[in-house]
Write a protein that binds this ligand. Structure first.
Ligand SMILES: Cc1ncc(COP(=O)(O)O)c(C=O)c1O
Length: 520
């Protein structure tokens, strides 16, 4: 379906009435949008200037910038609301943009910011102090690596560690080594799970290469256990991203999917997934299939010992990245000797070539060493627990205020990871990210789908964040984006889905026959 579906964009008039809103509501939205656009212009003058020159030549930013909102709305939103962020300073849980505005950061730097930006600044500065006499000598290793490896072996419960430059690369290494050492050619992943952008773990639309050796299984399904048992002798690895406990069988939540409020939900991250992982562990053990945890996101976040500790399950190999670098790019694979070998002792010409120029760069080793020092503090495990519990209380309190104010949103969290769910079906729920930005909340490009708090959040940060969410939601409601529909024909998920299906069918099947799109 995805490769065939044609693109289309709303005209301004269609944009305000995409849910069939009446004339008054559409006018209210138009005014709200124009006011918000003016606020963005006033707040982000310098950022907008920078965007004009940088965006055109920077494909990475163009990709993320385009994918903030559902595709038919992109054209109008990009004209009106530019959220291109250029930032110059971080202090506590806040970051300052090019225009001098401070915002509470809940983007968490894609998951890196577990401890708080000041901790990472310290890791980078002190880390550099430790290795600066060596500078950027690559190949020979700085002796500080020994301490890092000892800790990583201990925390992962594995024999060996391998260093890489990103999480994506570390996943590539884990898959390659598991297959090499088991002499098996297939791997299994779970539906919707993100393991980096390598096409070997991303079969599906957008990947033009035919990936024949990656089997996608359903999470929480007994049929998947049966399939693993049946394919056992072909599977070099079963790859799990434990973050999927929050939204099994769905892609990472982003606002781009919010065309319809049905599309985002969370699962209870409690015992169901824990039991599932234990079953998965058992079937992998019985069939001698390596169970690989991709803890690039969950490592050192769900708990100091990551998902292995949080769910009480021991994996055969663990992949880490993001936060463990103490602010520097990294990827790590930890595993047992028999899976980490790159030579075949019986066949000397059979070599698994995994290597990288910048792996174990001295600055990474230094900043990682400092971050490990933070993890080893006697107070750190308690800090994880207390912030997680304070945050859960904050979530409860914020939700009860949202209910008191009759706001159609709720916050759900898994430890320090959180998301916003919408209770009112509609086609504009993604607009909240812009109202939040105007109130001084910095989100990543996936918007309200994946937010994070860091361990340094103060009571004031929590209070400010709550207030800003309430104010943003109130403004969005006042501007008519959560129109409930005609009392005789209220907006339901079914109504929204049917509107969407009609538009898509028209753009894909009818418009091309006339040599035009419905709207441009
Ligand atoms: C579970 C998981 N695996 C792998 C990756 C890829 O890591 P990187 O972006 O460092 O390549 C990510 C990144 O978000 C991730 O969340």
């Amino acid at each position: 379906m995805a490769p065939m579906m044609r693109s289309y964009s709303y005209t301004e008039d269609q944009f305000y009435k995409a849910d069939g809103a009446d004339v008054e509501t559409a006018a209210l939205r138009k005014k709200g949008m124009n006011d918000l656009a003016q606020r963005f212009k006033d707040l982000f003058k310098e950022s907008h200037k920078a965007a004009e020159t940088v965006l055109d030549g920077l494909s990475d930013m163009r990709f993320t910038d385009t994918n903030r909102v559902p595709f038919p709305c992109q054209k109008i939103v990009r004209e009106k609301l530019n959220v291109f962020n250029m930032v110059t300073e971080a202090r506590g849980a806040e970051v300052k943009d090019l225009d001098g505005n401070w915002a509470i950061d809940v983007s968490g730097s894609y998951g890196v910011n577990v401890a708080g930006y000041d901790v990472f600044k310290n890791c980078l500065a002190q880390g550099w102090e430790k290795v600066k006499d060596l500078g950027c000598v690559l190949g020979p290793l700085h002796p500080i690596i020994e301490e890092n490896v000892e800790f990583l072996k201990h925390v992962s419960g594995q024999d060996e560690v391998s260093f890489h430059m990103s999480g994506t690369e570390a996943v590539m290494c884990a898959v390659r080594l598991a297959c090499f050492n088991t002499r098996r050619s297939k791997i299994a992943v779970f539906s919707g799970a993100y393991h980096g952008w390598w096409d070997g773990v991303q079969p599906g639309a957008g990947n033009e290469r035919i990936v024949r050796d990656c089997v996608t299984l359903k999470d929480l399904s007994p049929a998947s256990l049966t399939a693993i048992a049946a394919m056992g002798k072909q599977l070099g690895a079963v790859l799990v991203n434990p973050l999927q406990c929050f939204h099994p069988n769905s892609s990472p939540p982003s606002d781009v999917v919010l065309m319809d409020s049905k599309l985002r939900n969370t699962a209870d991250p409690g015992d169901t997934y824990r039991l599932w992982l234990h079953k998965l562990r058992k079937v992998c053990t019985e069939n001698d299939v390596p169970l690989v945890f991709d803890e690039v996101y969950t490592g050192f976040r769900l708990a100091r010992g990551g998902a292995q500790e949080y769910f009480g399950v021991k994996a055969d190999m663990v992949v880490y990245g993001k936060t463990i670098g103490g602010g520097m790019p990294n990827g790590l694979v930890c595993g047992p000797k028999h899976l980490m070998r790159r030579f075949d002792p019986d066949h000397p010409l059979r070599v698994s070539y995994v290597i990288g120029t910048f792996a174990a760069h001295p600055l990474l080793l230094g900043s990682m060493n400092e971050f490990i020092k933070f993890l080893k503090l006697e107070s750190t495990p308690k800090l994880y627990e207390s912030v997680s519990s304070r945050f859960s209380d904050w979530v409860k309190d914020t939700n009860s205020r949202l209910i008191d104010h009759s706001m159609p949103l709720r916050i759900v969290n898994l430890s320090t990871i959180w998301t916003i769910l919408y209770t009112q079906p509609g086609r504009y729920n993604w607009m909240l990210q812009y109202y939040l930005r105007a109130e001084g909340v910095m989100l990543s490009w996936v918007g309200t789908g994946r937010c994070l708090i860091s361990l340094d959040f103060t009571d004031q940060n929590f209070a400010d964040l709550q207030e800003r969410i309430i104010i943003a939601a109130q403004k969005m409601q006042a501007d008519g984006w959560w129109w409930k529909g005609d009392p005789k024909k209220p907006i339901t998920s079914k109504v929204v889905s049917s509107l969407m299906a009609k538009e898509m069918a028209y753009a894909t099947l009818v418009a091309p026959m006339f040599g035009s799109k419905k709207s441009e």
